[in-house]
Design a protein. Structure first.
Length: 457
């Protein structure tokens, strides 16, 4: 049985007026560029949210994506993104194959292309979309096979108010929680916002950096890489960047320049540029290992150092081994993984990632997939540290400064309120998913404190 979905949808707004005489040439250029970025952002998020949900046999409507992923984004594109006209295109089997978004009348639409079962990739600005020939589309997606019903554990009376409080914005004014999950040795306890379920994936944003660090650990266990070896990129052989190691990259201490705090990488995330074009050529301005500078490009280079040299670099195989079957890592147009941000995953799958670390990198089968001592490595603040309430290890944030939280606690943090908190001394994993509006922040330290206080020692 197939569920009906709209094949083609459009938001109603005519293209914005032309530039006014009061605008400088640079302002006009920036306005045009922001429209192009907004269109790319919208194409990628509509494609990713809908196609990855349908991969898991759940539905995300276009209206839902506008309400959650496309609301409250960063200021340069927030006034633009929801009103751009768009089309969701499907093949004869009903699968999403492409999302197109119009942004100006003298350039092709921005578009994102879905690869069945493997997420979406964003085309560069100016590339003309082409649709494969199809017969009349059958709109919808195949139902998942009916699984044996598994009764969910009753949520204890002292845990339920915490989950409900997270959904009700108790831990941050204006925050929007979509999923919250507490994993203990006894059970998983979870709640979801209306329209979301245990099989609904969301973009992980920078939680993907911690996934990337885990994949580096897999390569270390295989003997493919030593994190302390220099020359992570052959083209850096002739300059001082040859000193940079994967350890520097994981610890956000490469010493390379980045243009904004956090190194937002708009050209890659919304412009359709490639990892090769975006992340590789930034110059060195500090001695490696001496300055903390949180940068997407460092994570991208840590992954590229391995994926360029080893053909068996395969995030999908890792997800399958760990049991993260509802997770997809997406690539740029050239096929490089964007593992600084572009992974779609569920709360339960992210709890499995945390569980792997609670188990010291050993799978339920008994196979070791991460090196012995890897958890200690990623959770040790041996490099330069950021200002603020949290420390940093190797690809994971540290909660060693947070009062009332065990000092061994480490976490994956992502934009718009994505959190995976791992507490080894308590055998607990806490996952919070959200679509927080720009400027609103979920208080993950307070939530973690309350959860641990409510659980038995």
């Amino acid at each position: 049985m197939k569920k009906p979905l709209l094949a083609v949808a459009a938001a109603s707004l005519v293209f914005g007026c032309g530039p006014t005489s009061a605008q400088s040439a640079q302002e006009q250029l920036d306005e045009r560029y922001n429209r192009a970025l907004a269109a790319g952002y919208k194409a990628l998020f509509l494609c990713g949210a809908i196609a990855n949900a349908e991969r898991n046999a759940v539905e995300r409507t276009e209206e839902s994506v506008h309400e959650w992923e496309l609301t409250g984004v960063y200021s340069a594109i927030d006034p633009i993104v929801r009103n751009l006209e768009y089309r969701v295109l499907r093949d004869a089997d009903g699968y999403v194959v492409q999302v197109e978004v119009d942004w100006t009348d003298d350039m092709p639409p921005r578009f994102s292309e879905a690869e069945r079962g493997n997420g979406c990739r964003l085309a560069p600005i100016g590339l003309e979309p082409s649709m494969p020939e199809t017969s009349e589309p059958i709109i919808g997606f195949e139902e998942a096979e009916e699984l044996d019903y598994v009764a969910k554990p009753e949520i204890p009376a002292n845990i339920l108010p915490l989950l409900s409080g997270a959904l009700a914005a108790k831990y941050g004014e204006g925050t929007r929680t979509t999923a919250v999950l507490i994993r203990t040795q006894a059970a998983d306890y979870s709640r979801y916002a209306p329209g979301f379920s245990e099989n609904t994936p969301q973009r992980t944003w920078s939680v993907a950096k911690s996934i990337a660090a885990t994949l580096v650990g897999v390569a270390v266990e295989r003997g493919q890489v030593d994190v302390n070896d220099p020359l992570v990129r052959d083209q850096w052989r002739w300059d001082a960047r040859r000193q940079i190691t994967i350890d520097h990259l994981l610890r956000m201490a490469s010493g390379r320049y980045s243009d904004t705090p956090g190194n937002r990488t708009d050209p890659l995330y919304a412009g359709g540029s490639t990892v090769e074009e975006t992340a590789t050529d930034w110059p060195l301005i500090y001695e490696p290992g001496t300055q903390f500078r949180y940068a997407n490009n460092d994570t991208l280079m840590a992954v590229k150092a391995i994926s360029d040299r080893h053909e068996d670099f395969d995030p999908a195989a890792f997800f399958k081994a760990v049991g993260m079957e509802h997770t997809v890592a997406e690539t740029d147009w050239a096929g490089d993984y964007i593992l600084s941000s572009q992974v779609w995953s569920t709360a339960s799958d992210l709890a499995d990632l945390g569980q792997l670390h609670l188990n010291d990198g050993v799978l339920p089968s008994g196979e070791r997939i991460l090196p012995e001592g890897w958890v200690e490595y990623i959770s040790t603040p041996s490099g330069p540290q950021p200002d603020g309430p949290f420390g940093y290890g190797a690809g994971w944030w540290l909660m060693n400064k947070s009062e009332g939280i065990p000092p061994d606690t480490f976490a994956a943090f992502g934009n718009r309120g994505q959190y995976v908190v791992v507490v080894p001394s308590r055998n607990v994993v806490i996952v919070r998913r959200g679509e927080d509006l720009a400027g609103n922040r979920f208080d993950i330290a307070a939530f973690t404190r309350d959860v641990l206080a409510a659980l038995p020692e």
